[in-house]
Write a protein that binds this ligand. Structure first.
Ligand SMILES: [Zn+2]
Length: 265
């Protein structure tokens, strides 16, 4: 049963696209009803850092999708961007706002074929959704002069969690920033303080995955770390809270993470 309408997502993305010449779009047809989109925002300074934001690979986690769309709308529209006291337009962005449209409409984790797409990144080219994600990331390599993805933010939600937490996937030589994100989020959302989450040690809302950890399978986070060489935060908001709080939590996490990633690269 459909609980959300992906056509509304498409309408908002295309409306934002018309408002800014700095936004460009990559497109792939999954089916007529489910076009896949990835947007690129070009900062004035082409050598600005590139930030990757992606959402909705699990269809029953809608706050990330809403946040990614608001981010696109903010970049497209100066008035919208005033809502967020953060210089979003100083960065290059690659935004993949809804990676599993069928799951999004039907409020299910998997895609129409029953696959958890966030375990399919060993061979992303085998499935349309993951192939598009991988191609979008690889296209950045020749999209500008500074192709490195400085920071990747994968927006998720957790139905079983009473608070926010994140997975921080980084090289052991890279300084952590997840703790700084949790510190900020503590003002707007409760933090999951459980000692263990999904068999991983949770340190006050931060689960650290150093270097090539394989315990989560072939997730996008692992693909980003191993194939794109990007540090990655996987953000988890508690689905039990109201949507607006969860969207704000994602937005504040993105801003805080970008700020600290620039300091500690
Ligand atoms: Zn998820």
């Amino acid at each position: 049963m459909k609980v959300r309408n992906y056509a509304n997502v498409v309408t908002r993305i295309l409306a934002a696209l018309k408002k800014s010449e700095r936004l460009s779009i990559w497109y792939r047809s999954l089916s007529q009803a489910y076009p896949l989109y990835c947007l690129h925002y070009a900062a004035k300074h082409t050598d600005a850092a590139l930030i990757y934001v992606c959402a909705g690979i699990h269809g029953d986690e809608p706050a990330g999708v809403e946040c990614a769309i608001r981010l696109i709308e903010s970049l497209a529209d100066k008035e919208q961007s005033n809502l967020y006291p953060f210089p979003l337009d100083e960065y290059n962005w690659l935004i993949s706002p809804c990676d599993n449209p069928y799951g999004y409409e039907h409020d299910i984790r998997e895609n129409a074929a029953g696959l958890d797409l966030n375990r399919m990144f060993q061979h992303p080219c085998r499935y349309t959704e993951t192939a598009f994600i991988s191609e979008s990331l690889l296209r950045t390599q020749d999209h500008n002069d500074n192709p490195e993805v400085h920071l990747a933010l994968d927006l998720h939600e957790d139905r079983d969690s009473s608070g926010f937490y994140l997975w921080e996937r980084r090289a052991s030589t890279t300084l952590p920033i997840g703790n700084e994100v949790v510190l900020q989020i503590g003002h707007v959302c409760p933090i999951n303080q459980k000692a263990v989450i999904e068999d991983h040690q949770n340190d006050n809302g931060v689960i650290t995955l150093l270097d090539s950890v394989t315990t989560k399978g072939w997730t996008r986070g692992r693909y980003l770390a191993e194939q794109i060489n990007a540090r990655c935060l996987i953000l988890e908001t508690p689905t039990a809270l109201d949507l607006d709080t969860r969207v704000k939590t994602h937005m504040l996490s993105i801003q805080t993470a970008v700020k600290h990633a620039m300091k500690s690269h």
